[in-house]
Design a protein around this ligand. Structure first.
Ligand SMILES: [Zn+2]
Length: 359
């Protein structure tokens, strides 16, 4: 059973104290720190990066040439690893099976465990309509990806995140049957349908492609799911820990780095206020956030001109790295930032989990 599986704890690492620039008035928003993890000064929060490659953005957008699987890993992976080393962070990278299957990505992917990070499963084909697949097809997606990740990195993934936040009851059963410790596919927000409208509006998809993608980024029901981690109670009797991508408690609007970068284009102070609101409401509600990153949060339009259509690609890599450092510094002030498996281990040990049935 998934929950009883022993989690390796060698990735456990606390973030160092950072100097910070939060003003006294903004700081007053935040309660004194409470610990949700025994023996730790700060509550835990997890950082994960969905390692979406250049081709998967092109494919979702309907651009030709994606099927040659163009990759930016050679540039991106060494860069993000150096950035994380400078901040003394160990995080979780969710890897797409198709990338792990290709020889050209092997050297870059091998660096992830070598530098102390966790690897997770992000499906094989990275199709955000994974929830429409049959159980057999989902099983192949999970297991083939797992095999390739293991072959390349020597780690068997303990966690899964669906592409485009797609999930289904069949997917959860397969994860539990295959000893996954956690799923991280849900994004409890009402904004998914709005994100889809924006994506349709900026893409060149046919009517048929739009129909296939009609539940992309979730539906309004996802907004009703809990923001805090919970325990899926599956029809088979299996259980599985769910660590949602944290949205702002009560409001349920996303605050992962892509959103923060988008806000910063309007106003840097608005972005910082929004982040402090998210941190404040997480702390008041006793939630250690699971904070999501993407490669395009650190890569600028100057580095990957092919992806100029993506929101935020009018910024340079330098500008994005500055925002990344600001955001990580603010999170580190209030939370110990760890990988998702370390976070999962602490949640399973310390938290009383709400049982939730998939519907
Ligand atoms: Zn992805």
């Amino acid at each position: 059973m998934g929950l009883s599986r022993k989690i390796a704890s060698n990735l456990k690492r606390s973030a160092p104290p950072f100097s910070n620039s939060i003003s006294a008035s903004s700081e007053a928003l935040l309660k004194p720190q409470t610990s949700i993890s025994a023996g730790s000064a700060k509550p835990l929060a997890s950082l994960s990066l969905d390692l979406d490659n250049q081709w998967s953005y092109m494919k979702t957008h309907g651009d030709p040439g994606w099927n040659k699987f163009p990759s930016y890993f050679d540039v991106f992976i060494p860069h993000v690893l150096d950035t994380l080393d400078q901040l003394d962070l160990k995080i979780t990278f969710f890897i797409v099976g198709q990338d792990a299957a290709l020889d050209k990505n092997k050297d870059a992917l091998k660096l992830l465990p070598e530098r102390g990070h966790e690897v997770g499963n992000h499906s094989f084909h990275h199709e955000p309509w994974l929830h429409l697949y049959s159980k057999d097809k989902i099983k192949r997606e999970i297991l083939e990806t797992e095999d390739h990740i293991y072959r390349v990195t020597g780690q068997k993934p303990m966690g899964f995140r669906g592409p485009g936040f797609s999930w289904s009851p069949a997917l959860l059963e397969i994860l539990a049957e295959n000893d996954y410790v956690y799923d991280a596919s849900t994004l409890p927000t009402y904004l998914g349908p709005l994100a889809r409208m924006y994506y349709f509006w900026t893409s060149d998809l046919t009517v048929e492609e739009k129909s296939q993608r009609k539940e992309l980024f979730g539906n309004f029901k996802d907004g009703l799911k809990p923001v805090e981690p919970y325990s899926w109670q599956l029809p088979s009797g299996n259980q599985l820990l769910e660590i949602p991508v944290t949205t702002i408690p009560i409001i349920k609007s996303p605050f992962h780095l892509s959103y923060l970068i988008y806000l910063s284009r309007f106003s840097n102070s608005l972005m910082q206020f929004y982040l402090l609101l998210a941190i404040g409401l997480c702390k008041i509600n006793g939630i250690g956030p699971s904070f999501l990153l993407h490669p395009l949060d650190l890569l600028g339009g100057d580095q990957i001109p092919e992806l100029a259509f993506f929101p935020g690609m009018d910024l340079t890599g330098g500008q994005k790295n500055e925002i990344f450092n600001t955001v990580i510094n603010k999170l580190s002030k209030h939370f110990s930032l760890v990988s998702m498996s370390t976070h999962a281990e602490s949640i399973l040990k310390n938290d009383r989990l709400k049982p939730v049935k998939p519907a």
